[in-house]
Design a protein around this ligand. Structure first.
Ligand SMILES: *Cc1c(COP(=O)(O)O)cnc(C)c1O
Length: 373
């Protein structure tokens, strides 16, 4: 048991490792039954690492998947160390109905006209909700009503327009980027522009394009925000100090003009391709004696269901001629865990989603995963 616990030293506090080792050995005994050949230390170690990955403490991860806001990794990377159905089982209409409201969908799937909106307005209509199609696009024969016109219709009927913008792009012009709005953000509405067009409340996530902590952010008219804040349910979803500090630091980066350097998502998203190429070449050299690899153009995505998967130019290191699944598994189990993708039997590491500060650790993790073939 001690040898097993020592073989994963550092993955968790010693007593936690010993307890987990005891558990893994007991399970192996139960499976083998009396008289079975004892399992190797290696296979016990693999079972222990799986156990720790499922139930153990949080570990650092190097994300080499090319998906910048990876939902399974908690979306936006943290600064510092180291009608829609959105995904999972979150459906906005179901949330609204559970809240006790009556939801009336307006228009046809592909077409919405001003008269459609006028037709559903009733004396007891509470608000008009516009939900941004974050993770899909309608193409072909389509028509919609611009936010400004929706706001006018809502206001004529004395109700507010609430826009669920999803990703939290604060301003469509991206004034925080030297080059302005990048091509992959085309079509993503800015919070500032939605408010300017007449939306009374705009809702968005803190950890998508904003680049901060997981949080639901509401901005807009003071009177409406005060009403929401005063609702008894507001206490149940209240905002804790740790998130508040993280969100404030994120917003200050926008205020100070340090977004590209201080917010990890934007730092990753705006790294020039030639810089990615240089880093990829370095990584390829670091593993040259262990594996055949090449550096090639690739595409990354912001994702987390935003920007409808518009491609972001990327550079990848592709490693050939190995059991790709086995290498990917060894990388996942390492410390730091490294997440990669597999294309055409090759292990592929996207440079766009890897922080440059992690390059040396990534090379070391890769060398160790390739060394123990
Ligand atoms: C992502 C998204 C949501 C859900 O945001 P969470 O941060 O997961 O709560 C809701 N609406 C839209 C349009 C989205 O893109």
């Amino acid at each position: 048991m001690d040898a097993l616990a020592r073989s994963v030293e550092g993955l968790a506090p010693t007593d936690v490792l010993q307890e987990a080792a005891r558990h893994v050995i007991a399970e192996a005994r139960a499976v083998l039954g009396p008289g079975g050949a004892p399992p190797s230390l290696d296979s016990l170690r693999a079972a222990l690492v799986d156990d720790l990955m499922a139930h153990g403490p949080l570990r650092e991860v190097v994300n080499a998947t090319g998906v910048l806001l990876h939902t399974n990794l908690g979306r936006a990377p943290v600064a510092g160390t180291g009608l829609a159905e959105i995904g999972g089982s979150f459906r906005i209409p179901e949330v609204i109905v559970q809240g006790g409201a009556v939801l009336r969908e307006v228009g046809a799937t592909n077409c919405l006209h001003p008269r459609d909106l006028e037709d559903v307005m009733r004396a007891d209509t509470g608000l008009v909700l516009e939900v941004h199609p974050s993770n899909y696009r309608l193409v072909g024969f389509t028509a919609t009503v611009p936010t400004g016109e929706r706001a006018d219709i809502a206001h004529r009927h004395g109700v507010p327009l609430v826009v669920d913008a999803g990703a939290g792009l604060l301003d469509e012009r991206c004034p925080w980027l030297a080059g302005g709005r990048p091509a992959w953000l085309t079509g993503e509405p800015g919070v500032r522009q939605l408010l300017g067009a007449g939306a009374d409340i705009v809702a968005f996530s803190g950890d998508k394009l904003l680049g901060g902590p997981q949080a639901g952010v509401l901005v807009g008219s003071n009177a409406l925000i005060d009403r929401i804040r005063g609702h008894p349910l507001a206490r149940a979803v209240r905002f804790d100090k740790v998130r508040a500090a993280h969100l404030e630091a994120t917003l200050l980066a926008y205020h100070e003009g340090t977004v590209a350097s201080d917010i990890p998502f934007w730092n990753l998203a705006t790294t020039p391709v030639d810089e990615l190429e240089r880093r990829a070449e370095q990584l390829r050299t670091a593993i040259a004696e262990l594996a055949t690899a090449d550096v090639r153009p690739a595409v990354a995505a912001a994702s987390a269901g935003c920007c409808a998967e518009e491609p972001i130019p990327d550079i990848a290191v592709a490693i050939h001629g190995l059991d790709a699944e086995a290498v990917a598994k060894r990388l996942r189990r390492g410390d730091p865990a490294v997440l990669v993708t597999i294309h055409d039997g090759a292990v592929r590491l996207s440079m766009r989603s890897v922080r440059s500060a992690d390059d040396a650790r990534l090379a070391a993790a890769l060398r160790s995963a390739l060394g123990c073939r």
